[in-house]
Design a protein around this ligand. Structure first.
Ligand code: NAP
Length: 317
């Protein structure tokens, strides 16, 4: 009963292309909410957990979208979206006319504009719809969706967004959601990089970094994010919630977006370089909080310990 209602609201099944940290959580929540869901992923490894569940797991992106009323792309970056939709996997060629494409991956301003134009050309509806929130909120269906698209598609998009997220902020015009997402990410990128430096500095001068978190606790300078990420840095616990390599990607997207206005983004450049250093140390697949290792000014490398617990090899840490 619920499935029929959900599918009629969206004009067909929901296809989720990309089953990484975010896409897999979204697909599971949509299926649990009664939507008819088709899933596709480039590598079989991430498709396998969906086989046998109440979804249709497709090894062909075109098959996944062929009966879809709504198509969600939740892929690593703009090049991946291009490859899946318009390149090698050619999903756009099989999307039914009038289908609604929710492009939720974090991409550049120009890239999102290009995807919108592709949708227009193929007579598809398009919503520029990046999200705020990470693995935990995605699994709990508590993301914040930033959405920019025509008012006419909101009745079809909102039932999806209501499952994926706790709140949707509709914006105008198309592209405004990606712009706001990059503004938000510029703050996150600089926040995490600064926090990493402070925790490493505390260690460096012989201060227990827990004391730093203790002195900011409950005051105007505190934030739940600082407490959470700071604790993970101190514990050197970097299971990926937001992979560091995507924070590096987003820093570059922010820098590119800032160019036309000539905004001087010196801190973001510096944060980008810190992420790059951490990637060179082998932490690209770990959570972005592992930028901590770049700040430490030492040669901790992921390979030394198989990328799991670098601190375990460092007496006294
Ligand atoms: P992820 O776990 O690394 O998953 C990336 C997905 O992209 C996988 O499905 C991967 O397929 C696919 N992919 C990568 N390159 C591809 C290519 N060339 N062709 C086809 N597929 C390709 O990433 P995620 O954390 O879910 O992030 C997805 C998007 O959401 C990114 O744009 C990210 O910036 C954004 N985002 C993430 C978070 C977060 O906290 N994680 C929060 C907000 C927004 P394979 O499995 O085959 O590699």
């Amino acid at each position: 009963m619920i499935a029929v209602e959900s599918t009629s609201a969206t004009g067909g099944r929901v296809a989720v292309l990309g089953l990484g940290i975010m896409g897999s959580a979204m697909a599971r929540n949509l299926a649990a909410a009664g939507f008819g869901v088709n899933v596709w992923n480039r590598s079989d490894e991430r498709l396998q957990p969906f086989v046998g569940l109440d979804v249709v797991a497709c090894t062909d992106a075109q098959k996944a979208v062929a009966d879809a009323g709504v198509v969600i792309t939740m892929l690593a970056h703009g090049d991946a979206v291009e490859e899946v939709v318009n390149g090698r996997h050619g999903a756009i060629q099989a999307m039914p006319q009038g289908a609604l494409w929710l492009q939720m991956s974090t991409v550049g301003i120009d890239e999102q504009a290009h995807f919108g134009q592709l949708a227009d050309y193929r007579a598809l509806e398009f919503v520029d719809a990046p999200v705020l929130g990470t693995k935990g909120p995605a699994e709990a269906g508590e993301l914040l969706v930033l959405a920019a698209g025509p008012e006419s598609v909101r009745p079809r998009a909102d039932p999806i967004f209501n499952v994926i997220g706790r709140r949707t902020l509709w914006l105008e015009p198309r592209g405004a959601a990606t712009r706001l997402k990059l503004v938000f990410n510029s703050w996150v990128i600089n926040f995490i990089s600064s926090l990493a430096e402070t925790i490493a500095f505390a260690e460096g001068v012989g201060v227990d970094p827990h004391l730093f978190l203790e002195v900011i606790k409950g005051g105007a300078m505190d934030s739940p994010y600082a407490q959470m990420k700071g604790k993970l840095m101190i514990e050197e616990s970097f299971d990926p919630m937001f992979p560091l390599k995507w924070a590096h990607k987003d820093a570059n997207l922010v820098l590119k977006a800032a160019e036309p206005a000539g905004t001087r983004m010196e801190m973001t450049k510096r944060a980008r370089d810190q992420f790059e250093r951490a990637m060179e140390q082998g932490f690209g697949e770990r959570d972005m909080a592992a930028v901590f290792y770049a700040a430490r000014g030492e040669t901790t490398v992921a390979e030394e310990t198989g990328g799991e617990e670098p601190g375990a090899n460092q007496p006294g840490r």
